[in-house]
Design a binder for this molecule. Sequence first.
Ligand code: GLN
Length: 564
Amino acid sequence: MQKYIFVVGGVVSGIGKGITTASVGKILKNYGLTVTLIKIDPYLNVDAGTLRPTEHGEVWVTEDGGEIDQDLGTYERFLNQSMPKKNSITAGQIYAAVIQKERAGDYLGKTVQYVPHIIDEIIARIKDAAAGYDVAIIEIGGTVGDYENMPFLFAAKALEQELGRDSVVHMLVSYLPVPHHLEEMKTKPTQQAVRLLRQEGIVPDFIICRSAQPMDRERKEKMQIYAHVPPEHIIDAPDVDQIYQIPLNFERQELGRKLLQRLKIESCSAPNWSGWQQQIHALTQKERRIAIAIVGKYLASGNFSIADSYVSIAHACNHAAAALGYAVDITWVDAQKMVHEQCTDISTCSCVDWQKFDGIIVPGGFGASGVEGKLHAIAYARQTTMPFLGICYGLQLAVVEFARSKSALHGAHTTEVDAATAYPVIDLLPLQKELLAHHDIGGSMRLGAYAAVVDPASKVAALYRGARRIELDTQTGDSLVLERHRHRYEVNPTYVPALEAAGLRFSGHYTRHDGTRLMEFLELPEHPFFVATQAHPEFTSRLADPNPLFTGFMQASIERLKTR
Ligand code: GLN
């Protein structure tokens, strides 16, 4: 029988519900169960695609083209498993679906109401996403007591009533502050979160206690008395250096065994954490460290700068480095603040002290700001032996830089920045022009996974082959590589011959049904590592299975570090 675990938050948001959900999923998967993870966002947007990164951090792209909350990324990274877009449920989707059904006359003349119609729609979607798995873990966004998450708590309770106590677990992730002036851990806010949850008819089975430091016995006893939760179900979750340590910390408190017992399920295998532990060891050691510059556009939000918009790239760097026994020190170089105009010779450039880095990444991005700085970083990498990885906008700008300097296409640009450029080497193809003309913004980029045909003799193909991520098309004999996309602009096919003639190698492409060839990968054969992709390889990187482009980039960066 299908089992459900609901994860809700207490006291404040941002305390790691997503990581807790992913960690519990990882633990149960390690016990041999099949697990899926579902995120509920109580906002009215249909998806995260139209949300500003300053509002919501980086947008995660699923294999089937969903633009989703970053929590789905955490789930995939922990479980080493792709999650489809139906695993992201928003209040916007629920209301839109119910209203659509009402307009279509599906409710047969009934008054359409919050209870049961909204609740039924929520439950139907949870069940649909959970179908076929032993356990579904559902994270409800926001905090208990928020108006907006009430329907979801109602649905959780309704599901418990339908299936019985043995099939549903409620887990509260709460925060225990240690106010500076008191230097004492306070349990009162959590007691109140428990009370709020009880008002919705939900009694937490487990409380995950997030705090800056470990909990002592006194606090645990207090929680037990006030929250009526058995002491062995009060799980300590102090801050850690590396998020991947969290499942291990839970397992030290036997959370997995306790969950199985509570849900009355047998484990299928004994968990083995040795590979996971080895990688954490690499990530946390101090001696072997690579210095990487990520040259991006960092958006300020009030007094804070949001490096969060590239969070998946940082994770992908960590995964690849850890597999090679290294840790990564990332420097976020703000392309908008680079003083490149004064620079006459890029190879001796002092805009940024490039020498202290082992590799440069130019990540994805939108719009004109910071573009000149990014072009400058690309030029530096191309002219020296600095390893370079370009991602999405990073590929497009690598093409612009190469066109200007090596193909004599002076003033070449992307039409995203300069609509009147004489050489639009990066441009919108007709389909995207049409969509934009109709203001069709939401969900209309080139989204999700596409299989690129790669040149078997290229560096890119060798990397994917090494990671066993290449497939042979049995009919055509083509070597195929799958990566996820999120962009509107493309390399303009008109300029591909000129760029190739000047030495740029496009090592992978995708052929659209109308015959248009979209460039997916490029490389410079003579350079130690100058590779870029139109896709977002960071979305398919997991701790247990790093993305091959990042592995290649890190390997080259390690080589450089050794000769530095
Ligand atoms: N701005 C570019 C485009 O829309 C690149 C987008 C990206 O880097 N994700 O094509």
